[in-house]
Design a protein around this ligand. Structure first.
Ligand SMILES: [Zn+2]
Length: 452
């Protein structure tokens, strides 16, 4: 079977051929860390996490890099508002991102560089661009990239520079040679954080970060570059222009992947979803795996119309998965062989088709439906197949969380109470758990429980 990826660069679904056999290098644009994560950040993180995980499932050795933008106007303004230093703001917000992403089951990146840790490399990169003759200086402003010097500018978003020029609004900066020229090194104004450079004290432009850090961490050429669909233009277009101006056409990322938007019916949101704009708010009401499953139910490139119904559906779906697994685990299992092949095949076929998680999940739910809750099949091979799928989904098996072990220990207390014929205490424990939304059921195999 071949893995196919829809490449934004060509607009086609292409067979995936990594630069180096057996390994994949991947760069995903991360957030600007001036404020907490929103749903859209969470979706992007989960989309590329699953893509990374499936590549690992396919036995690729994956190097995954995702950055944090910790210096720009928004960072400077927010830090000023809060009366803190920029690094202090960045540290706090990055910790919140890390916590939210961990709740969503997102694996930690192999490298998660902060822009300010690669200033030397960025200065070097500007120097190389200057040598290539694609930059110019606007006094008192910064070093700019001249897009008219890039033969391929517009190739990612499918636009011609000529058309862009005609459609451009009057440039906000009249000193620029072309309206789409962008700053690669911004000179510092009074009181702003700054670093030395041959052109003057300043800080890197946003687009420069990704070109410089991917070069340092993955090389001049790497396999996959990802990000939210809104980054295609101008951010990714500018990254390509910079990197190709230094390393030549065809360098930089070979496959470009973009995840879809999340749309919210605003009116509905204020009525039923309250303050659900941030991940933190959603995660205070829903298990991270529910949110993760909600994302995975839609193909990464498609938009999601977000609603509380969608979350409730995912919650019900996850409960079904977990009830199935728990019952399978506690049951003795049967002696019949079960043919897992068609389900695994369906899962892989879907995932090979441009990481179609919704098709992959359909294979999982088919399997659950087919095996059923009271089975005569051998349980170990089924659990193994689920474990394999869960390397990708990351929602089926979980380390026993503190609530789970708390429940298990209460169930044990209740059993002890019943042995001692203290039925009042046993009932008390049962009712207390019920109030927490946990229902106990006594079976011949012992007590099982489920979340209501
Ligand atoms: Zn980027």
């Amino acid at each position: 079977m071949t893995l196919k990826i829809k490449n934004t660069l060509t607009g086609k679904k292409e067979e995936f051929k990594p630069l180096r056999k057996g390994s994949v290098s991947m760069y995903v644009c991360g957030p600007t860390v001036y404020d907490v994560a929103h749903l859209g950040h969470g979706r992007s993180a989960v989309c590329f996490d699953v893509i990374r995980r499936y590549l690992m499932y396919r036995d690729y050795d994956v190097k995954f890099v995702s950055n944090y933008t910790d210096i720009d106007d928004k960072m400077i303004n927010r830090a000023r508002e809060e009366g803190v230093m920029v690094p202090e703001l960045a540290e706090r917000v990055i910790a919140e991102y890390d916590r939210d992403y961990a709740s969503l089951g997102v694996l930690v990146a192999d490298e998660a560089p902060m822009a300010t840790s690669y200033i030397d490399e960025m200065v070097e990169f500007v120097g190389r661009m200057e040598k290539a003759g694609v930059t110019y200086v606007i006094e008192g402003d910064g070093v700019y990239f001249d897009v008219s010097k890039s033969a391929t500018y517009g190739k990612l978003s499918g636009q011609k520079l000529e058309d862009l020029r005609i459609g451009a609004r009057v440039a906000e900066n009249e000193a620029k040679k072309n309206p789409y020229d962008f700053v690669v090194w911004k000179f510092a104004k009074e009181g702003e954080p700054h670093w030395p450079s041959p052109w003057g004290d300043g800080r890197p432009g946003w687009h420069l970060e990704c070109s410089a850090m991917s070069w340092k961490l993955l090389g001049e050429k790497f396999d996959i570059h990802g990000g939210g669909g809104d980054l295609t233009f101008p951010h990714h277009e500018c990254e390509i222009a910079q990197s190709e101006s230094v390393f030549g056409e065809g360098s930089f990322a070979q496959y470009w992947m973009h995840n879809g938007f999340i749309t919210v019916d605003k009116e509905k949101m204020s009525k039923s979803l309250g303050n659900f704009a941030t991940l933190k708010d959603i995660l205070s009401k829903y298990d991270g795996r529910v949110v993760r499953l909600m994302f995975l139910q839609t193909h990464y490139a498609n938009p999601i119309e977000f609603s509380d119904d969608l979350l409730e559906q995912a919650k019900a779906g996850l409960a079904r998965i977990h009830d199935f697994v728990r019952n399978l685990k506690v049951s003795d299992g049967g002696s019949m062989d079960f043919d897992l092949e068609p389900f695994v095949e369906k899962f892989e076929e879907a995932m090979d088709n441009d990481f179609d998680t919704s098709g992959g999940l359909a294979a999982l739910f088919d399997l659950i439906k087919y095996v059923g809750f009271d089975t005569d099949y051998k349980k170990e091979p089924i659990l193994k197949a689920l474990e394999a799928m869960d390397q990708v989904f990351g929602v089926i098996f979980v380390e026993e969380d503190s609530l789970d072990s708390e429940i298990e220990s209460l169930i044990k207390d209740r059993e002890d109470a019943r042995k001692e014929k203290d039925f009042e205490k046993a009932d008390q424990i049962r009712n207390d758990l019920l109030k927490k939304g946990i229902e106990l059921e006594d079976t011949s195999n012992g007590t099982i429980w489920k979340r209501l």
